[in-house]
Design a protein around this ligand. Sequence first.
Ligand code: KIV
Length: 275
Amino acid sequence: MSAQTRKKRIGVPDIRARKGGEPLVCLTAYDAPMAALLDPHCDVLLVGDSLGMAVHGMDTTIGVTLDMMILHGKAVMRAAKQALVVIDLPFGSYEASPEQAFASASRALAETGAQAVKIESGTYAGETVRFLTERGIPVMGHVGLRPQAALNDGGFRAKGRSQAERDRAIAEAKAADEAGAFAIVIEGVAEDLAREITTAVKAPTIGIGASAACDGQILVTPDMLGLFDWAPKFVKRYASLRDEVDAAVGQYADDVRARRFPEAAQTYEFKPSDG
Ligand code: KIV
């Protein structure tokens, strides 16, 4: 088992220092009980806007709000004691201007106590990343497949098939890096492109569906735990929670219908002396 006991929480400089070193272990977290289980194993917990799909049953991340991110961020921060906690800024909360991004990011950090924010940093976002980092807000970038761009892209599509897509992913990563991002998520690209980006930037890269050429990996936790009947092809399922929950709840339903109520053995018996 990989659980680690650290004296203090991992900080942004610790993550930066892992470039080219021990791979960064990262997962998404949305609530306190799961954050408590993940925390001893992970370097980074991301309160991802994937919670729109993973927790709220949405089809995309487009409808996720800053208030939702803050609510889940607070829950994660109550339980995560060691990992660096990053809050994803949702669609519509940062793209209009650096000032809008600062207002959203500062609210997210002040209200949750998390250590950093992530933005899906298209090339246009370099100015925003710089504006935030110069004002004391650590920013994680996110390039390649950017789920918040799904409407424009016609869904969740891997990036890098054409030279134009490759050039764009590299330009996005360099823009975030030069503007001061402390780490960059690379999503949905082939290994050679992930390697090219990882070599081109100073910040550690964290891959999701982007091969082992990155400086670390992140997965959507319910996907790797097998909570849903579908997961992206690149995800290894380390557990089958869906099957376990289904079997456990089925057994519970059978017990109740047969009046084998689980609490039957512990039913309170009041004595006359109890008043
Ligand atoms: O929202 C999210 O969970 C993410 C990860 C997929 C990196 O952005």
